[in-house]
Design a protein around this ligand. Structure first.
Ligand code: ATP
Length: 369
């Protein structure tokens, strides 16, 4: 069993608390992504699991074993780093074989494992090349291959795709996901890229300032972010936020965000158990760009609302267009059909899908639950 468990794990560097009382249970064979902005503590968390960083407080278990004091080489893990860390003077074969040679594996076994990993990664024809004779993507595969030959229970990956160009990154993303299914190993993967997290993780762990903010399946985090930070971090373009005051009129809740009156559909209001406590209080209203349209084709007319916005900029993306819009003091982005009739500087009708809005407490920035 290669589950990984963090129990109240804290890491301090002098006065800096890099990781603050982290609790996390990663299941055997799960692909878990730690995601968050620079400095949030994700690499430190991974390095503690690897044993490259001492834990200030708390416990880490791999399977049933408490590994706090187990040296990295005895943890049955393999790590893939951002810079690949290949030996420049060794060819691909030797780079992949090196760790096994150090551990005194028999030559035939080393040969079997290197060739099998090379086949899996499609790099059999590169085995005699030196790293400098490889493209970035090929080097990346070698770095992964070097981890695979160890046949570890847990793979730890720290931004392994960040040195690749955008197109290759997308391709390698899919390859790593496929590989994970074939290897049947536990993977802990660190990235600052929310798209990588959403597309690769069975579950994602969103971190900020050393604290775990939310743990959940990608769609769960996308649809029910626990606070304004997670709501804004997951999803691209980011969720729009507008400040207003929650009111209730004739049994209907709405957010008074002058000059807009944003009605909360009755069905939506029932999702917020404590909504009644927020009447006449400041709230943050969130709506994703994909929930604002300009075709009036919203599925449910009872749950949509139309506003006339001023379009500051139309940004065509090919498959869609982003409209940067303003209503009074509120600025927001809409993601619409690329054949939109919206023009820079002109007014344009936009429909908000109110069945998909999010409400947060203005003071704590937590989702109103
Ligand atoms: P990035 O995406 O930039 O790598 P991260 O989320 O991985 O960021 P960490 O590298 O884990 O963040 O760093 C978390 C915090 O701990 C930061 O404030 C960082 O400056 C601090 N930190 C990390 N390593 C050390 C160290 N060796 N000594 C002192 N402070 C450190």
């Amino acid at each position: 069993m290669a589950s990984v468990t963090l129990e109240n794990v804290t890491k301090r560097f002098g006065n800096v608390v890099a990781v603050n009382r982290a609790n996390l249970e990663i299941q055997d064979k799960e692909f878990v992504v730690l995601v968050g902005p620079s400095g949030c503590g994700k690499s430190t968390t991974l390095r503690m699991v690897a044993g490259l960083e001492e834990i200030s407080e708390g416990n880490i278990y791999i399977g049933e074993t408490l590994v706090n004091d187990v040296p990295p080489k005895d943890r049955d893990i393999a790590m893939v780093f951002q810079n690949y860390a290949l030996y420049p003077h060794m060819n691909v074969y030797d780079n992949m074989a090196f760790g096994l040679k150090l551990r005194k594996f028999p030559r035939a076994e080393i040969d079997r494992r290197v060739k099998e990993a090379a086949r899996m990664l499609g790099i059999e024809n590169l085995l005699s090349r030196k790293p400098k004779e490889l493209s970035g993507g090929q080097r990346q595969r070698v770095a992964v291959g070097r981890a695979i030959v160890r046949e570890p229970k847990v793979f730890l990956m720290d931004e392994p795709l960040s040195n690749l160009d955008a197109k290759l990154r997308v391709q390698m993303r899919a390859e790593l996901s496929k590989l994970h299914r074939r290897l049947e190993a536990t993977v802990i993967y660190v990235t600052h890229d929310q798209t990588e997290a959403m597309t690769m993780g069975d579950r994602i762990v969103v971190m900020k300032d050393g604290f775990i903010q939310q743990v959940g399946a990608p769609l769960e985090v996308y649809e029910k972010p626990v606070n304004v930070f997670v709501a804004g971090f997951i999803g691209s373009p980011a969720m729009n936020f507008m400040e207003g005051v929650l009111r209730r009129d004739d049994g209907q809740y709405y957010v008074d965000a002058q000059p807009m009156r944003l009605p909360i559909p009755a069905k939506k209001a029932t999702e917020y158990r404590r909504i009644g406590e927020y009447i006449d209080k400041p709230v943050i209203f969130g709506i994703r760009p994909e929930d604002i349209d300009d075709t009036e084709l919203m599925a449910n007319p009872d749950e949509s609302m139309t506003v006339v916005a001023n379009i500051d900029v139309v940004e065509p993306m090919g498959s869609e267009s982003y409209l940067y819009a303003t209503v009074g003091p509120h600025s927001f982005v809409a993601r619409v059909d690329p054949h939109t009739s919206a023009r820079d500087g002109e007014p344009h009708r936009l429909t908000l899908n109110m069945g998909r809005v999010h409400l947060f407490d203005k003071e704590t920035e937590r989702r109103i639950d």
